[in-house]
Design a protein around this ligand. Structure first.
Ligand code: SF4
Length: 244
């Protein structure tokens, strides 16, 4: 089994509940959605090589030919893990659950580390395939104004499966996000567990998507707090810090 990987590097987690922790990031190709504000270059079969950081935090990258076997990917990840303690290995993309078969082969080959899944929260069958191997799930709820269609049922099913892990929900809020769609998202989380952490992330402007005002973020959080107990507003801090 072989897969293309875009990059492997060590950096600071910039988003969500574990913001600030040091992690190894593994970015996969491809996504099953097309969000308006997507800033990740994740086209499929366009990466002849993977950018692999030569030493953790050095920002010196080697070009290592794609595709990778699980054994070869594990060697590169383990080399970074062995340099310094990392809180977790973060599988990101794109949508990493498009590569569930590969993850199932890769993760058992990694040095002991928590495995952190950054996912758009729609591929429940793929999640179930790797769930026992994953410690932390950062699950996005994607709003209809972002994806062009409602994904409520997909998110509801996913959250039911994901909540057995250390899971939190992230919702990106833009200037034109409707309070009504946020309230639907909150209701889905509350239906699963009103104590699940929810992170409201003001969008980093991209692709014509504009940032919400400070007042909009307060209103978004206020509406969430009517249904949920743990609601935080956290921007993409890696962008503020100039981290990858
Ligand atoms: S789910 Fe993530 S990677 Fe996929 S299109 Fe949306 S923002 Fe981009």
């Amino acid at each position: 089994m072989q897969e293309n990987i875009i990059e492997i590097f060590s950096s600071v987690q910039g988003e969500g509940k574990y913001v600030g922790y040091r992690q190894v990031f593994v970015r996969f190709e491809g996504c099953n959605l097309a969000c308006r504000y997507c800033d990740t270059e994740n086209a499929v079969n366009m990466h002849d090589y993977c950018r692999v950081e030569s030493a953790a935090g050095s920002r010196q990258f080697l070009k290592v030919g794609n595709p990778f076997t699980p054994e070869a990917a594990a060697r590169q990840i383990n080399a970074l893990l062995q340099e310094l303690p990392h809180q977790a290995v973060s599988f990101t993309g794109g949508e990493p659950l498009l590569h569930a078969d590969f993850l199932a082969e890769l993760i058992p080959r990694l040095s002991p580390a928590a495995c952190f899944l950054e996912t758009n929260g729609t591929l429940t069958n793929a999640l179930k395939q790797v769930l026992p191997l994953i410690s932390i799930i950062s699950m996005d709820i994607k709003l209809p104004s972002v994806t062009g269609r409602p994904l409520w049922e997909e998110h509801r099913r996913f959250l039911q499966a994901a909540r057995s892990r250390d899971t939190y929900v992230k919702i990106v809020v833009a200037a034109d996000t409707l309070l009504s769609e946020l309230e639907q998202a909150y209701a889905i989380v509350a239906g699963a567990d009103k104590n699940l952490p929810v992170i409201l992330q003001p969008v980093t402007p991209f692709g014509g998507c504009e940032a919400p005002t400070a007042g909009q973020m307060l209103a978004a959080q206020q509406a969430a707090l009517l249904q949920l107990s743990d609601v935080r507003v956290i921007p993409q801090t890696h962008v503020l810090m100039g981290q990858l």
